[in-house]
Write a protein of this length. Structure first.
Length: 98
């Protein structure tokens, strides 16, 4: 075997090794991209769920606020009626005293 054959074999081994490295790198990159896509979809789904929950919480807060305002208005009406009844009662007491 002469030196040119050795050089040729070394070049061939080097090319095969490089090809294996490139293939392994491509496989690794492909797997990483697939994992990234799965993680992105999972994160997107989680963000969508969080947005739905935040919207539901906002709607519940708006509903509660409306309910509290309605109850406050109703309480004011009841208080006004009680004040009127108490005033009438005290007027009757005052008229009996005189």
């Amino acid at each position: 075997m002469d030196s040119s054959d050795l050089v040729e074999k070394r070049i061939k081994r080097c090319m095969e090794s490089s090809a294996r490295s490139v293939a392994a790198s491509a496989k690794s990159i492909s797997a990483a991209m697939a994992q990234s896509q799965v993680a992105t979809r999972t994160q997107s789904d989680a963000m969508a769920q969080l947005a739905r929950e935040a919207n539901e919480a906002r709607e519940r807060a708006v509903d509660l606020n409306q309910k509290l305002r309605a109850e406050a208005a109703q309480a004011a009406v009841v208080a006004q009626a009680q004040d009127a009844a108490a005033a009438a009662f005290y007027r009757q007491i005052d008229s009996v005293k005189q």
